[in-house]
Design a protein around this ligand. Structure first.
Ligand SMILES: Nc1nc2c(ncn2[C@@H]2O[C@H](COP(=O)(O)OP(=O)(O)OP(=O)(O)O)[C@@H](O)[C@H]2O)c(=O)[nH]1
Ligand SMILES: [Mg+2]
Length: 303
């Protein structure tokens, strides 16, 4: 199953972002530190490059990501022209507090009362954009929630007289070309539930964990990573948590949900699902397709 999710409000959000880009000096692109490149929306790059706007890439939720992988991603992005990258967690106010100063250095001609620095916060759904907005303003101005597509329209607010911030609805793009990106986005809860089957994405997650973080699976579920495959991990989770259906069979659907929750909450440990080197290797084996198909229809469901 290829995961695609581009509901109508995201197409509208794209058009609105294109308009706001005209009066934006700096784009703050919020990425998921566990899947930085899979969570990079090619539409964000296209819109900002069209107007030659610099970009601060924020690898958020770094509290959940593998610190070694995060450092590799920062080096990767900081080598790109027009891009500065930092890793934060909105859970730590001191990390959020350093952002305005970084932004000012990226648009030095702005940030004065006569020329305020105008910033647009963009990114995929559920990555923490509105949480970041609230943390920067130190008050609850935007609704947040652990599900994709909480924010439905743009909201522009003043951080102080020198800085304006616009929060935007999370956007995916019309065609996620690499199936593994769709799976990673679903694992990190950026995709609406109507667009995925939890068991399939949990098996993919389990396979990744078996290769890259076997000791964490062993520590949490007491399974032997050498002896099981992805489905075997779900069976072990069901055993360990006594998840059974009425007839007594193991309930793999609930086990899938359990595994995903353990990953999403960090209960398994700090995990990154991609590194720059692993991504390069992976894409070698996937067909080379254009960045994305231009939006042309309001596709509200899966393909
Ligand atoms: N662990 C962790 N969770 C975070 C962090 N930042 C935000 N979250 C959580 O991520 C979830 C989504 O946060 P939102 O701010 O609503 O995300 P959003 O990007 O605005 O989402 P949409 O409006 O749907 O596009 C919430 O449950 C937040 O508490 C972080 O740094 N670490
Ligand atoms: Mg939001």
């Amino acid at each position: 199953m290829a995961i695609q999710w581009f509901p109508g409000h995201m197409n509208a959000a794209r058009k609105k972002a294109e308009e706001t880009m005209k009066i934006t000096d700096l784009v703050i692109e919020v990425l998921d530190a566990r899947i930085p490149q899979a969570s990079s929306n090619p539409m964000v790059d296209e819109l900002r490059k069209h107007r030659q706007r610099p970009c601060l890439k924020i690898l958020n939720k770094s509290d959940l990501a593998d610190p070694v992988a995060t450092q590799e991603w920062l080096a990767y992005y900081n080598a790109q022209p027009g891009v500065t990258a930092i890793a934060i967690t909105t859970r730590i106010p001191a990390e959020v507090a350093k952002i305005p100063a970084v932004c000012k250095t990226l648009a030095p001609h702005r940030a004065q009362p006569t020329k305020p620095l105008r910033m647009m916060i963009m990114g995929i759904p559920n990555v923490g954009k509105s949480t970041l907005m609230n943390a920067l303003l130190k008050k609850r101005v935007a609704k947040v929630g652990d599900e994709p597509a909480v924010t439905k329209s743009q909201q522009r607010l003043m951080l102080n007289k020198d800085i304006y911030l616009t929060d935007t609805p999370g956007m995916l793009w019309p065609k996620i070309e690499y199936p593994t990106d769709g799976l990673m986005l679903a694992i990190c809860h950026a995709v609406g539930v109507n667009a995925l089957i939890e068991e399939e994405i949990a098996v993919f997650l389990a396979e990744q964990l078996l290769v890259h973080y076997p000791q964490m699976l062993n520590a949490r579920y007491g399974l032997d990573p050498v002896k099981v495959d992805g489905v075997g991990v779900l069976e072990a989770v069901a055993q360990k948590r006594s998840l059974r259906m009425r007839g007594g069979d193991l309930d793999l659907e609930r086990a899938a949900h359990h595994l995903l929750q353990d990953f999403r909450t960090g209960a398994l440990g700090r995990i990154s699902l991609e590194t720059p080197a692993r991504r390069a290797e992976l894409l070698k084996h996937q067909p080379d397709i254009s960045p994305y198909a231009a939006p042309h229809s309001d596709n509200d469901d899966i393909k």
